[in-house]
Design a protein around this ligand. Structure first.
Ligand code: TEU
Ligand code: CA
Length: 542
């Protein structure tokens, strides 16, 4: 098979920073840009190449910065534009790159465009948004109708997310030009690329009820590529939450994708009841996960490039979701192997490198996220309170947003003040400093994996095949190319499982979370075992 073109970002790994919760520098309880600068060495040591910074632009923070009121200014709670420039320089000095999150599907309702559009019937900005006299029955992802009545006027505006996040009308060519200019200005400022929030919604056709992957999507992407993303050295990752793997692959990769890569979510939907949305909980079946990973690989083996992720600022903590809090080290390291051995570029969300856990929320009063609060209020009276809370505790976005746990000092070293969201009670046990000193260090395991990945092209082009080890909760697969064959063997079980491994002699260990366990033709995998092996015969070039 012909080799596909490869560039630097195929071999990179990425770390996502959620600025509100990473590091506070001035004691106001809110993470900030100067705080991030003091933590860059942690990221360098971890072995990541690119930082994805969640939005730091001016915002009333209804959705924590995903509601932008000025794309050209930095939110003062995070610092100044000079701080941002300093951050970019400090990242570059360490040989890393940094991309900015950018939200182009909607703005804040406090954006001057929207304020003018509401106030002034003749406003040129009215057509930047979506106003209609009649509403249809489209629903917001954040509960309730997607239409909001304009106060004092008999018309509605469309918002797919919170009502404070009116959707932009990409069909307006002037608006599109303005957005491209914003992107180009930030590239000139020093960013190395972007993470494009819900970018697969821009082609929407509201009047026909189409939101994701709409009829205008591909033409707009071609234009975006031509006007902004024509340099393939840029690092661009589209958040394609409404796309299948097939649709995501079609717009990514070399030679002609609009984005370097994209997040698609088919593997994250497996623990919800089909068609019922994220709050309708369902246990994850590992055979489903296996089939989904196999299907994703099938697509990307032919076209495009994938962004590998198990969590982000919208998702619960992977250990709590897919593993076991009691087996924290083993489940987090096992998950790294299961997810990051796949074809694509790995993305680590802050805290995964120490196996951070979901927060033990007891009441809605402890939650801040607009999506969770809206869901709670929308469901009161429709479901029992306890049922609502069970969903929120399992899937609420605040789980991922509690402050980063750096050390065992007050507030986990995140702030000298009162944190905007509570620090996890187990921070004395789970923190970066303690993990680094431990002989079972999650971050060290991750670093070893990331470094190994970088040197082995089999992660880029190796064929993936599932290998059965008799038990449903075991997920194992090989990746193989001309040079070598690797085996990833993981157990999602909280119980020991005995397996038959007749060809065990052919495999040598590279990295496992049970270093003293030897392979044998009949052997027992401990709970949440994870191991990476290499086939002995052909690796003469090592
Ligand atoms: O998320 C968009 C998205 O579709 C999902 O990830 C969604 O937020 C999640 O499933 C709900 O639980 C992006 C951002 O990542 C998110 O933080 C924003 O709230 C959202 O867009 C609106 O900008
Ligand atoms: Ca601060």
């Amino acid at each position: 098979m012909e080799k596909r073109p490869v560039t630097w970002w195929h071999r990179a790994s990425v770390y996502q920073i959620y600025p509100l919760s990473f590091q506070d520098s001035n004691g106001d309880g809110i993470g900030d840009i100067p705080g991030i600068i003091t933590r860059l060495d942690h990221l360098k040591n971890l072995g990541v190449d690119v930082i994805w910074l969640s939005p730091v632009f001016a915002s009333p923070m209804k959705d924590n910065g995903y509601d932008v009121s000025d794309y050209t200014e930095v939110n003062p709670i995070f610092g100044t534009k000079a701080d941002l420039k300093q951050l970019i320089d400090a990242v570059h000095q360490r040989g890393m790159k940094i991309i900015s999150d950018i939200v182009l599907n909607h703005t804040s309702d406090q954006h001057p465009w929207f304020i003018d559009a509401l106030k002034n019937p003749q406003s040129p900005y009215r057509d930047y948004y979506i106003f209609r006299k009649e509403k249809n029955d489209m629903q917001s992802l954040f509960s309730g109708p997607a239409w909001h009545l304009v106060p004092g006027r008999d018309e509605y505006y469309f918002h797919f997310f919170a009502k404070e996040q009116p959707d932009l009308n990409w069909q307006n060519p002037t608006l599109r030009k303005v957005l491209y200019q914003i992107l180009n200005d930030w590239l000139a400022f020093g960013f190395d690329g972007f993470r494009l929030d819900v970018i697969d919604l821009i082609g929407k056709d509201i009047d026909r009820g189409i939101i994701g992957h709409g009829p205008y999507y591909h033409p707009f992407l071609s234009e975006l590529k031509k006007e902004v993303f024509n340099d393939t050295n840029l690092f661009t990752v589209g958040e394609l939450a409404g796309s299948t793997a097939q649709q995501a692959a079609a717009v990514t990769g070399l030679p002609d994708g609009t984005f370097s890569m994209a997040f698609q979510f088919s593997h994250l939907w497996l623990d919800e009841q089909p068609g019922k949305g994220k709050w309708a909980l369902k246990p994850l079946s590992i055979p489903d996960l296996q089939k989904t990973f196999t299907a994703i690989d099938e697509v990307y083996s032919k076209q495009g490039w994938n962004a590998l992720f198990m969590g982000n600022h919208d998702q619960p903590r992977p250990v709590s979701r897919y593993g076991s809090e009691r087996h924290r080290y083993h489940s987090q390291t096992m998950l790294f192997l299961a997810f990051f051995g796949q074809r694509g570029t790995p993305f680590i969300y802050q805290g995964e490198e120490i196996g951070m856990l979901n927060y033990p929320f007891r009441s809605i009063k402890e939650m801040k996220d607009v999506e969770s609060l809206n869901y709670y209020h929308d469901q009161l009276g429709k479901q029992a309170k306890a049922t609502i809370m069970t969903s929120l505790k399992a899937k609420g976005r605040d789980n991922a947003r509690t402050p980063m746990q750096w050390n065992d000092r007050a507030q986990a070293g995140f702030t000298q003040g009162k944190p905007w969201l509570k620090v996890h009670p187990l921070y004395r046990k789970i923190n970066v400093k303690r993990d680094a000193k431990s002989n079972v260090s999650i971050q060290r395991f991750l670093t070893t994996l990331l470094n190994f990945r970088k040197k082995h092209d089999v992660f880029l082009d190796g064929n993936l095949s599932y290998r059965s080890f008799q038990h449903e909760p075991i997920y194992a697969y090989t990746r193989s190319n001309q040079e070598e064959t690797l085996l990833v063997l993981t157990s999602f079980s909280s119980r020991p499982l005995s397996i038959q491994f007749p060809d065990f002699m052919e495999w040598e260990p590279i990295l496992t979370n049970h270093p003293t366990l030897s392979l044998a033709s009949t052997m027992t995998l401990p709970p949440y075992f994870g191991g990476l092996y290499r086939k002995r015969s052909h690796h003469a070039n090592d």
